[in-house]
Design a protein around this ligand. Structure first.
Ligand SMILES: [Zn+2]
Length: 95
């Protein structure tokens, strides 16, 4: 019965944040225990992690998430766009 809750929490915590695009160190790093958005296994479970950075145009902050390099390379452009936009949406509606 807690599935929805966990899913929402997941989409919240897989992000790391930068408060400016120029900043080298994230203000929050979610670590390697968070799920890969492609296969939902922890990103630290496999060799090869890729970091995808996203800029929110209307804000000065940016954020990033991680996925398995193999998963991300196999995903089509359409799938990547769908993942990115769903993650962005989860941020925008999350307050
Ligand atoms: Zn994966």
């Amino acid at each position: 019965m807690t599935e929805f809750k966990e899913e929402k929490a997941m989409s919240d915590c897989i992000f790391g944040y930068f408060d400016s695009a120029e900043q080298g160190e994230p203000i929050y790093d979610p670590g390697l225990h968070v799920p890969c958005p492609c296969c939902l296994l922890p990103v630290g479970d496999r060799n090869g992690v890729t970091t995808i950075s996203l800029l929110a145009e209307k804000d000065t902050w940016s954020f990033f998430f991680r996925a398995h390099t193999g998963c991300w390379q196999q995903a089509s452009a359409k799938e990547k766009t769908a993942i990115e936009s769903s993650l962005i949406d989860s941020r925008n509606t999350g307050g």
